[in-house]
Write a protein that binds this ligand. Sequence first.
Ligand code: 1CP
Length: 332
Amino acid sequence: MNILDLKKPIWFMRQAGRHLPEYRKIRAKKNNFLDFCFDYESIVRSTLQPIERYDIDCAIIFSDILVIPYILDQKIDFIQGMGPKLETLEIKDLLNLTLNRRKEKDLDNCYRAIRKVRKLLNKNKCLIGFCGAPLTVACYMIDGESKKGFIKTKKLLKSDKLKVKKLLRKIVDVSTVHLINQYKSGCDTLMIFESWAGSVDFKHYNDFLYEPVKQIIKNLRSLNVNAPIIVFPKGIGKKIVDYSNNVFADIISIDQNIEMSWAIKNIQKDIILQGNIDPEKLLIGGRDLETSVKKLLKTVSNRKHIFNLGHGILPGTPISNVHKVINIVRSC
Ligand code: 1CP
């Protein structure tokens, strides 16, 4: 069942992963994160773990947005506690990258895992496939890491717009194929993560944010992929209205820095809203969490809404806090 067919869906970005002891247990069996990411059994298990523990409405296939630079043959490492680190390449070398067929084959395990998860998952749960939005993936490819605020990317967006646009087109093509394969394998809902939307100046939104995402959606629709599409332009504040008017997605995920009541008034009525509890509130718990969840539910009571956070679950989040939120949402 896709996410729009569900009545009052609830799921959490980064619901699989480090806050779950059962994830940490299977993760510890592989040294390297990519080995885990491409291992059939590990993908199936970690995708289903949050559903088994919380009985929430959507599973999101366990993978990462950086599988795209990996199959384009840019070397990548995930360093424990540091996050991803990619081989440093100049823009001209990034433009020369081509698909590595052997590495592309590693994704077959992801598609096989989707087929298996779809079989094991109850029919009335949805299964989300995803990719990074091209600009966010390009940020990692150009800078190699996120820790320094994507200085190289920001400079290049100003000094060599044409070359960046060329790189984005390459990422659009590879991401389109990846999303189609996820859809054909059994994902009924697709999500595009623009985690670093905030790195772009508003005057460049059209070229770097709207056009690439619009193109992916256009490609999918022209190939009869009719799954609902969620976009998540994190960190763009009030420009989210302009964003949602331009990319033609079905659902927009709202980060915690935007007031939901404001979003309801300003984002066109036919777009479904997802979000936006602050992950820190989920981490801390207590009365403040309870009040925020109840306030959000009241705010969205007259509009179709998908319950979620404003960003991913933080690693130290207590499981009891997640249960508490689910109980409040289900009892309202
Ligand atoms: O060893 C580990 O367990 C590594 C931690 C980890 C995990 C659990 C990474 C490395 N990726 C993932 C899985 C992941 N990544 C999922 C599936 C799990 C789920 O949602 O349940 C998803 C959807 C992602 C998406 C992702 N990866 C995004 C977009 C969403 C977001 O959080 O903004 C981004 C930006 C990444 C890059 C990435 N991969 C891993 C880390 C630690 C990061 C972020 C690093 C940074 O801050 O730049």
